[in-house]
Structure formats: structure tokens, C-alpha cells
Design a protein around this ligand. Structure first.
Ligand code: NOJ
Length: 521
């Protein structure tokens, strides 16, 4: 482990800053709130925080519309607050990753204000302006082109019209954005999660996307076409490699890419000779139906496509997808946690997963998310997975002394940190043990993954490194299963008291039970 870069054996924790901890009673989480909670991460055993955008922003897309890449939005605090957070995190041995949003800015960014001011403005070409729109559709619904009266042209916005797309073919854009990265790297930020990395470059001829033969009524408007010309363009890889080069000016930092693509395309983002993203986010477990067969297939597929020397990573949830405990149910979410921690490489945990939080239904009049507001009722809304972190039993659960920006809801009544901390059967207790086990057993991080199989609804695989063999077994059958195994001892089970139990030739798993078994040599 000592020879591995820090990020290879890291467990990253995603903080959605609006919802983590409010320190000034405005109902919205902030940097000082995160700082006050730093010991929580240490207690849990987390290695790194990734903080979703904290830059100045009109918040049309809650910070993913950046108006200044080198500042802090007053909602979240000041630059001094950030410096203090970074310093105190580092002093505890915690790394800090920021979210970098290169595809688009806010329409209030001074660059865009200049760009839209006249056709001959020097920044006109920093964005994508055309006389005529093509058929590209916004990820949030409707055309991706907005007509601008003042200059009589359309500009491209892959997301909201308040999020105009930058023109990364323009060298000045590249230089300005890379300087923004350097600004934070110089401060000591340990890396970046890069927003929609696969969208950064578009077809230079702006060709229409072909129709999607699988489109059905009720799907989002973007699903009408196949994203051939506005996503995953070949030129993106050179750009990612350059971005990686910027990080490398500063030593061992990490570049993580948000990429929703089929596995063989995803793997291209490691770059030729692995000079691209260190970790193109692997969303297999976010998208896979939760059956033993499907999971075995997804894990096999991912591992088989991983380029030689590339480092794997795994994710169960993020701020854009329903929470795992809601997708598969609270019991199976425990098994999912054990599965996650048994897989090789870098892991990312979404805040609240460690409590077993479920999505909170948001009443119509409290909806905040622009994705839901623009295409209501088709499941695009992301508020349910962004609700405040429950810390204790007080009103607003210790998140704020004010009115929380999203309700805490009724679905997670006894799930809060304080209560979970004192309950040995809680999800939090399971996460703490999983984190301890992963630290204690380097084979889980870096060992080979072999003997992957699914049978009768049970998923299993072996992790081995020549010194140690650990078997992971996950029962997704919906009923009890007896599984043949080599002799060993249970290192950790979702039913926590089973740890230490000896197994001889076979082991019985209850429905939704999962375990790691240390095989005797
Ligand atoms: C992906 C982010 O994760 C999502 O929250 C955001 O709305 C879009 N990119 C646009 O930046």
C-alpha cells in the first residue's frame, strides 16, 4: 500500500455542501459547517472529501453554473473559510478534492457577459455561437440552443440556458481554465472531480444527432437522439491529457472524470498510455439492476475492459441519482455496502450512504431542482437525494438552526449520526467496520479479483494477493442460501455479530446477507 499513490487506496466521501452542515442558520450548508464536522470523517475512517461546487454562482443549477472559477460563493463562506477548511482537513490527514465544471459557465460569468455583448467581442468565440440551431437537445429538456436577441445568434447550452457551453477549441479558454485549476492546486487542493468530462468538446461541424430508434414517449427530450456529435468526441482525450498535465505540475494529485458512457468508451478516458483521467468514474453499480447475475456481469465487464495498469473505482450513489437504499431497499443496501468495500481500487461514498439514508419525497411546492422543474414527473428530479444530513434528534436534525433549504422528510425517522453511533447494528457501524477492514487488508484494495460468479441469486468472488485470500459472498436471492466455501472465518458480515464465526465447507446466508470470509491457507 505504501507504494501506491494516496488516491489509489483512498475512500473518497462526496459532500454536497448545501446539505451537509449549516453554521450560520440560513438553512444552507457551508464551509464552516464542513470544517466543524471534520472529526466525523476521521472517526469514520474516510481519506478524502470531494466537495461539490462552492464557487460564486447564481445557483440556477446549484453551483454547477459557475460565475467565477477562483472564488467562493457567499452562501458557502469566504476564501478565508476555505483556506481554513483545507488547512484543518490536511492537518487531520484528509485530502480535499474540488469539483471543476469545465463544460459550461454561468450566463452571469463575466466571460459570457462579454461574449454575448457583440459579435466582434474578443470573447465571442469563447462560447459556441451559431446562426442556426441543430437538433441537439439539452440534458434538462428542450433544444440545447438559445436565441440571443441582441446579436441575433444562438448559443449552445447542454444544460440550462443559464449554463452556456464553453468553446474548448479556443486556446484562450483552455489557458484561462487551466489557470483556474492552478489557482486551487497552488493552495494545496489534492485534485478535482471534473463535471461532464465526456461532453467538453463537440463536433466542429455541428452535425445533427441521428434519431434514437429506442426512443419512447415519456422519455426526456434528449433521448430522442443518439448523442453522436455532442458527446464523447475523439478530440476530448487530448484535452483530458492536457488537464492531467496541469495537475502533474503539482505532484501527486488526482483527476477524476464524471463520465456516463458504456464501459468500452469509458475506458478510453484513462487515455493513451494512461495519460488521461486517473479515475474515470465507474457508474456500473449506479446503473445495474440489483441481481446477482446482472452484478456479476457488470463487474466482469468492467474488470475485463480495464486497460492494463489502469486503476479501478466504484460508486454506489451521487447527487444526481436516487440513493442506493431507495433503489434497492434498506436491507440490500447493507449488502451493497459490503460489496462496494470488497471491490478493488478507489471507492467513493455519497454523504448519508453511511447512515442508510433514503430519498426524501419532495412536495411539489418545495421542488428546487431545475431538472425537475423543466421536465416534471418523468423522474429527472434530484432533490430527493440531496436532502440535509441528519446529525441528531433535534429539530432539523442538527443540520441547521434555521429552515432547511430542503425538508428532512419522514422516511428516515431514526437515521441520524448521533443515534447510529450508539447502535452497533446501524449502517454507520457497518461502514466503520468496512473502512477498518479495508485499511487492515490491503488485498481488498489491490489484490486480484478472481472466481467471480453468480449462482442461485448469490454473487461471489475472491480477492487474493499471494499472501491472503478473502471471499466476498452476497445473497441477493430473497431467501436463505447455503453456499459451499473453503474453510475459513467470517471477517465481516452485514449481520455484524457473525464476524469471527468459523466456516467449514459451507456457510448459510440469510436473504440480503453478505459477508467477507478469510480463507484459511
Ligand atoms: C453533472 C452534475 O453532476 C449535475 O449535478 C449537473 O446538473 C450537471 N453536470 C451540469 O453541470
Amino acid at each position: 500500500m505504501q507504494n501506491l499513490s494516496w488516491w489509489k487506496h483512498a475512500v473518497v466521501y462526496q459532500v454536497y455542501p448545501r446539505s451537509f452542515q449549516d453554521s450560520n442558520s440560513d438553512g444552507i450548508g457551508d464551509l464552516n459547517g464542513i470544517r466543524e464536522r471534520l472529526d466525523y470523517f476521521v472517526e469514520l475512517g474516510i481519506d478524502a472529501l470531494w466537495i461539490s461546487p462552492i464557487y460564486p454562482s447564481p445557483m440556477a443549477d446549484f453551483g454547477y453554473d459557475v460565475a467565477d472559477y477562483c472564488g467562493i460563493d457567499p452562501i458557502f463562506g469566504t476564501m478565508t473559510d476555505f483556506d481554513r477548511l483545507l488547512d484543518e482537513a490536511h492537518r487531520r490527514g484528509l485530502r480535499v478534492l474540488l469539483d471543476f465544471v469545465p463544460n459550461h459557465t454561468s450566463d452571469q460569468h463575466p466571460w459570457f457577459l462579454e461574449s454575448r455583448s457583440s459579435r466582434d467581442n474578443p470573447k465571442r468565440d469563447w462560447y459556441l455561437w451559431r446562426d442556426q440551431p441543430n437538433n441537439w437537445q439539452s440534458h434538462f429538456g428542450g433544444s440545447a440552443w438559445e436565441f440571443d436577441n441582441r446579436t441575433g445568434q444562438y448559443y449552445l447550452h447542454e444544460f440550462l440556458k443559464e449554463q452556456p457551453d464553453l468553446n474548448w477549441r479556443n486556446p484562450e479558454v483552455k489557458a484561462a481554465m487551466f489557470d483556474a485549476l492552478r489557482f486551487w492546486l497552488r493552495k494545496g487542493v489534492d485534485g478535482f472531480r471534473v463535471d461532464v468530462m465526456w461532453l467538453m468538446i463537440k463536433d466542429d461541424q455541428f452535425r445533427d444527432n441521428p434519431p434514437n430508434p429506442a426512443y419512447e414517449l415519456g422519455m426526456s427530450s434528449r433521448a430522442r437522439f443518439l448523442p453522436v456529435y455532442d458527446a464523447d468526441r475523439p478530440e476530448v482525450h487530448a484535452l483530458v491529457a492536457e488537464m492531467r498535465g496541469v495537475l502533474e505540475e503539482f505532484g501527486d494529485r488526482v483527476l477524476i472524470g464524471e463520465i456516463y458512457l458504456p464501459v468500452h468508451q469509458l475506458m478510453q478516458y484513462y487515455g493513451p498510455e494512461l495519460r488521461g483521467a486517473n479515475l474515470p468514474f465507474n457508474f456500473q453499480l449506479l446503473q445495474c439492476p440489483w441481481t446477482a447475475d446482472d452484478l456479476a456481469g457488470a463487474i466482469r465487464d468492467y474488470m475485463a475492459h480495464l486497460p492494463t495498469g489502469a486503476w479501478p473505482n466504484w460508486v454506489l450513489g451521487n447527487h444526481d441519482k436516487p440513493r442506493i437504499a431507495s433503489r434497492i431497499g434498506p436491507d440490500r443496501a447493507r449488502a451493497a455496502a459490503l460489496l462496494l468495500f470488497s471491490l478493488p481500487g478507489t471507492l467513493t461514498v455519497y454523504y448519508g450512504e453511511e447512515l442508510g439514508l433514503q430519498d426524501v419525497p419532495i412536495p411539489h411546492d418545495l421542488v428546487q431542482d431545475p431538472a425537475e422543474k423543466r421536465q416534471p414527473g418523468i423522474g429527472m428530479g434530484r432533490d430527493p437525494e440531496r436532502t440535509p444530513m441528519p446529525w441528531d434528534n433535534s429539530p432539523a436534525c442538527g443540520f441547521t438552526r434555521g429552515t432547511p433549504w430542503l425538508p428532512l422528510g419522514e422516511v428516515n425517522p431514526s437515521l441520524n449520526v448521533e443515534q447510529s453511533r450508539h447502535d452497533p447494528h446501524s449502517m454507520l457501524a457497518l461502514y466503520r467496520r468496512l473502512l477498518q477492514l479495508r485499511r487492515a487488508e490491503p488485498v481488498l484494495v489491490a489484490g486480484a479479483l478472481t472466481q467471480l460468479s453468480s449462482q442461485d441469486g448469490v454473487l461471489r468472488f475472491l480477492r487474493s494477493d499471494g499472501k491472503k485470500r478473502l471471499a466476498a459472498v452476497v445473497n441477493l436471492a430473497g431467501e436463505e442460501r447455503s453456499i459451499p466455501v473453503e474453510d475459513g472465518a467470517i471477517a465481516l458480515a452485514t449481520d455484524l455479530p457473525r464476524a469471527g464465526e468459523q466456516v467449514h465447507q459451507s456457510v448459510v446466508l440469510k436473504p440480503a446477507e453478505a459477508m467477507v470470509i478469510a480463507i484459511h491457507d
